[in-house]
Design a binder for this molecule. Structure first.
Ligand SMILES: [Zn+2]
Length: 411
């Protein structure tokens, strides 16, 4: 049902039968457009019942290609124990432990479909792990450029998945420069390279949009009053908004929309600053610093779309400090049983602030996105609280008396 790609700035159409990056006229992000009126006649939400609980249950609104899948998507939506009417969408349960699985599953699916050979990505961490895993599954070569201080899990995962990892002394924007240099070299096209940077190819948004379909389906096709989303590159925000428009065109929901809320780290908040200054684009945030590595994006490429969504949805943007975030990680773990990524825990900081000022009422249904598992940030979280993990008891260091073959038992 995919008919073409469309520039989100000028509306120019591009064919979807070959690899595309961004609009050649104005650098605008390209969105995949489907024949929704036709689909409306042939496919209803009721037909989703009984389908596999992965993001590919929505394949009617995804590009038609053989999926490269590790079972991503259809993550649980958990009712908060602390706040009635609040739900936690736990994306930490995806393959590779973060929401990045969705976008990269879709991007790698299309890369394999188009016969691309070598994928390059600048990543603040979790996108790199996800790309490395899906590329491994697809048998494609991956080159990853990540800041040298990414959480250890991301670096180790990429290494084990067999990716080529370059550690960069700088931020994700510096990593992006490295990929740009590579693009200018003569080997780029000759060797079948492709850049899967956030929003610089059209299909990561398509994978991420399935979060919007899931929120609607899991809440009985009734959208919540608010969605709080930790915003680095903002692909999920773009994707969910796109999903809502598609679902309305399909007749699955009405014209109601949740207020979309961007939460960013106080140490890197380009969207919040632009929102407060009522600008339509963000400015490069200097000296970005936060332990929430996924929020260390000094200028998201899709800023113009994120700010437009905040405005259209009557949402807002606000910050959480690293201290507030670490406290929230601990709080959520203790109160909700969810060991969240710092980026995800920022959502509860934002929710509390928005409740305090009356932006949300207690009976408003609000979905908070935990974008990843805290297990991917053990080194970061351990160091940040100024404590170390309890030392191993001496007997734990002894070799096991017998081989334990994956079973945890009383040996
Ligand atoms: Zn354009």
């Amino acid at each position: 049902m995919l008919i073409h790609l469309e520039c989100t700035r000028c509306g120019e159409h591009y064919p979807s039968d070959r690899p595309q990056t961004v609009c050649t006229k104005d650098g605008g992000i390209l969105y995949a457009r489907y024949d929704l009126p036709k689909l409306k006649k042939t496919f209803s939400a009721a037909r989703l019942a009984g389908r596999a609980p992965t993001m590919w249950r929505y394949d009617a609104v995804l590009p038609d290609a053989d999926p490269v899948s590790l079972g991503e998507g259809f993550t649980p939506i958990l009712a908060s124990r602390e706040f009635p009417n609040v739900y936690i969408k736990d994306e930490g349960l995806n393959p590779t432990g973060s929401f990045k699985a969705r976008g990269l599953a879709a991007a790698v699916t299309m890369a394999r479909h188009f016969g691309l050979k070598k994928l390059a990505i600048p990543s603040a961490g979790n996108a790199a792990s996800a790309l490395a895993a899906y590329a491994a599954l697809a048998g494609l070569e991956t080159h990853i450029f990540m800041p040298k201080d990414v959480p250890a899990a991301n670096r180790v995962e990429c290494d084990y998945y067999g990716a080529h990892v370059t550690l960069v002394d700088g931020l994700i924007s510096d990593c992006a420069k490295k990929v740009a240099q590579l693009k200018d070299s003569d080997v780029w096209e000759k060797d079948g390279w492709f850049d899967v940077s956030t929003t610089k190819e059209p299909y990561r948004v398509e994978g991420k949009k399935t979060m919007g379909y899931e929120v609607a389906e899991q809440l009985g096709w009734k959208l919540p009053q608010g969605i709080i989303y930790p915003t680095g590159g903002g692909v999920g925000m773009l994707g969910m908004w796109k999903a809502f428009e598609e679902m309305e065109a399909l007749g699955w929901i009405g014209s109601e929309r949740p207020k979309m809320i961007s939460v960013q780290a106080a140490g890197c908040a380009p969207i919040v600053k632009a929102w407060q200054e009522e600008k339509s684009q963000s400015e490069m945030w200097n000296n970005a610093a936060t332990l929430a590595s996924g929020l260390r994006v000094p200028k998201p490429y899709g800023d113009y779309l994120i700010l437009d969504i905040l405005k259209k949805s009557k949402g807002t943007a606000l910050t959480a400090t690293d201290d507030e975030i670490v406290e929230a990680v601990r709080h959520w773990a203790k109160v909700e049983g969810v060991f969240a990524a710092p980026e995800g825990a920022a959502c509860v900081v934002a929710y509390r602030k928005l409740r305090d000022i009356g932006f949300f009422e207690p009976d408003d249904t609000v979905v908070l996105f935990n974008t990843g598992s805290g297990l991917k940030y053990l080194d970061v979280l351990d160091a940040s609280v100024g404590k170390t993990l309890p030392a191993k008891p001496p007997e734990a260091a002894k070799p096991a008396a017998r081989h334990i073959g994956g079973i945890i038992g009383p040996y």
